[in-house]
Structures are given as C-alpha cells and as structure tokens.
Design a protein around this ligand. Structure first.
Ligand SMILES: *Cc1c(COP(=O)(O)O)cnc(C)c1O
Length: 357
C-alpha cells in the first residue's frame, strides 16, 4: 500500500475549539466548510458535536452531507441560499441562513415556509465582498423582524485584515458595524480565527473559528494565543528509494536542483496530486526520522525528493512528515508562497486516518 496518508488528531481539534471558546467567552460555530479545510467535515463534526454550539459551512450541499451523517447540531449556511428554491430544504433541516443581499431578503419575504427560519444578517462593514450596505442594514433587519418567515436574527460581519495585527482596518470595521447596528438588540457575530486569537476586545456573542480549529495560525508572526494551538493534521509518507549522487548531478524535472557536493537523496511517495504544493521550492522544510531536512528540486505528481545527506540514520522506509506537529503547515505555505488555508484545502488522494475520538 502506498504510504502517503494524513493523520487527523481529533483530540487536538477539540482542544483548539475549546481554546476559541475560552479566550472569547463566546459561543462558537465551528467552521467546517470545504470538507473541514481538508480534514473531513463529517468526522470533524462528529468529534465536536457533543460540545460545539453549532457548525458553519459554505452551502447547503455541505450542510446536507452533515445531516445525512446524523449531525443534529445547528448548521449555519455562510452564504445563505444561492437560489430561493433551497428555502424548503433549509426549513426541513433547520439550517441557519446568512442573508447577505437584498435579493435573499426579498426571497424570504415572498416564500411560503412551513416554519420560520433563523437568519444571520450580514453587514458589509468594509471588506466589500458580500453583506448589506450600512445604509440598508436597519431597514433590512426591520423587514426580517416583520416577516412571519423569520424566527431569530443574529447580526454579523466579516473582517478583511484581522490577520494583520498592527493594521487599524479591523477597528474601523467594528466602528462601521456598531454604527449600523445602532439600537438593534440582537446577538452579534464578528470574529473569524485571526480576530478570535488577535483581537480580544472585539465584541461577539458568537465567534466563527475556522483555520484555528485545525491548529494553524493565521498570522505571519508568532502570537501568544496562536502558540497554544495544536496542529490537527500530519501529512506523512515514507522514503521509497535512496540514491547517492556525486556533485554536479541534476535532481528531478527540469534539473531545478544540481547537487553542489556528493549527496544522499531520498525519494518520498508524496506529490502535487496529493495536494503537496508544486510551488514549494528547494529548501522547504521536511521532517525525517526526527530531524528537520529539506525538499530538493521540483515536486512531481506522485513523488518528491529530500536531502538525506546529513541524516545517515534515515533510509528506505523512513517516515517523512511533510507538515504536522514538527513542520507547521504555515511554514510550508510560506515557502510555497501560499497560505495554510489553501495547503489544507488542497489535500486529496491520501487516505485520512483519525485518532483521538
Ligand atoms: C470561512 C469563514 C470563517 C472562518 O474563517 P477562518 O479565518 O478560517 O477562521 C468565518 N466567517 C465566515 C463568514 C467565513 O466565510
């Protein structure tokens, strides 16, 4: 059997969820969209269900998968419905629904629903992606409140730059939000992972941690609360071939690496078809037999090469961690000029093995 696999530590997932609650004192929706950022939405939801206040996903397809697996907890659709004909399913399965645009508000008012739904009314407080304009916000709230199709309403917005700890944009966004909310007394929800970890004074009855649940920091710099996160995923494989090369020999496609001296090279069963970033350059850290080493040359579809020159104890069959508790996914992301979010979401083909449940 091919040795590439992703080990998922569900105990670490629960630890990180509890950290989000502990540092905010708020209720927390565990964001498990995009198959729980590559970690497996159903298994992650099952591991968290006993303690989670609810879950959040990107669309009804993701939410239905959770209900089909027996998840009974509240599930918020972060972009609401894409077409009004999803509304009966939203009612049937008790999904909570973001309203980010006036057309969604119109559709809710015009629908004939068997039961009123739970709405999270989204404000565009400055990110300028989705959300109602501040001038329309209070009137939209009042229309929802007046509609027989609406039960509870939560007020929400989303930060564009909360991962930049010395940037004042998040403070401005909070001010816009509080201004638009004015005298409305509903619960509020503003904070994603970087705001949970790095912006302790931002008010929130509900927080919406995603990335931090998986144990990865959204910040480029070390940060005190983020240092308490536990990585959930370990992507690992094994050395399937070892070769000794003299100086001056090319390694891999395009000869992007030429041995500067005699070297010992390990070939690892892991490639970009597994989601390991092809953009990761020579020097990207890997962990082999208890030692940090480095990637050499181009990442292939199914294999990549690492440096074993200074790891004499490692050889055929040695376990290699591509990221996990020793090599942080954020380190690999930085080397590959991307973000841990994308590193996790790209995971494919490798079997996921769960522990800690
Ligand atoms: C994805 C998402 C989150 C979670 O963001 P993280 O940075 O992963 O914590 C929170 N809120 C909304 C609206 C989202 O789309």
């Amino acid at each position: 059997m091919r040795p590439a696999r992703a080990l998922i530590d569900l105990q670490a997932l629960r630890h990180n969820y509890q950290l989000a609650r502990e540092v905010t004192g708020a209720k927390a929706l565990a964001v498990i969209k995009a198959d729980a950022y590559g970690h497996g939405a159903v298994r992650c939801a099952q591991a968290l269900e006993a303690e989670a206040d609810g879950f959040a996903v990107a669309c009804i397809e993701e939410a239905l998968e959770l209900r089909a697996a027996g998840i009974r907890a509240p599930i918020l659709l972060l972009e609401g419905f894409f077409e009004a004909d999803e509304l009966p399913l939203i009612v049937e399965h008790d999904f909570w629904c973001v309203v980010h645009s006036l057309w969604q508000l119109d559709a809710i008012e015009q629908a004939r629903l068997a039961k009123p739904i739970h709405v999270w009314l989204k404000l565009d407080s400055g990110m300028h992606r989705v959300g109602l304009h501040p001038n329309d916000y209070k009137a939209a709230y009042q229309r929802l409140q007046a509609s027989a199709n609406v039960a509870k309403i939560v007020l929400m917005s989303h930060f564009a730059r909360a991962d930049e700890l010395d940037c004042t944009r998040s403070v401005e966004q909070v001010a816009v939000f509080l201004g638009a909310r004015a005298d409305l007394t509903a619960e509020i929800s503003l904070r994603n992972s970087p705001a949970v970890l790095g912006w302790p004074r931002v008010p929130s009855d509900w927080v919406r941690p995603g990335l931090m649940l998986y144990g990865s920091s959204p910040f480029d710099e070390p940060q005190a609360t983020a240092s308490r996160l536990q990585p959930v995923m370990t992507l690992e494989s094994k050395v399937i071939c070892v070769r000794e090369l003299p100086a001056g020999e090319p390694v891999g496609y395009g000869a992007r690496f030429i041995t500067p001296k005699p070297m010992r090279i390990g070939v690892v069963a892991m490639g970009y078809a597994d989601g390991y970033p092809r953009q990761a350059p020579t020097g990207t850290p890997v962990f082999v037999d208890g030692v940090r080493s480095q990637l050499l040359g181009r990442v292939s579809m199914d294999m990549l090469c690492i440096d074993l020159t200074d790891v004499p104890q490692a050889g055929l069959g040695s376990t290699v961690e591509l990221w996990g508790k020793n090599i942080l996914a954020s380190e690999v992301a930085t080397a590959a000029d991307t973000i841990p979010y994308q590193i996790f979401c790209n995971l494919k083909r490798v079997p996921r093995l769960y522990s800690g449940n």
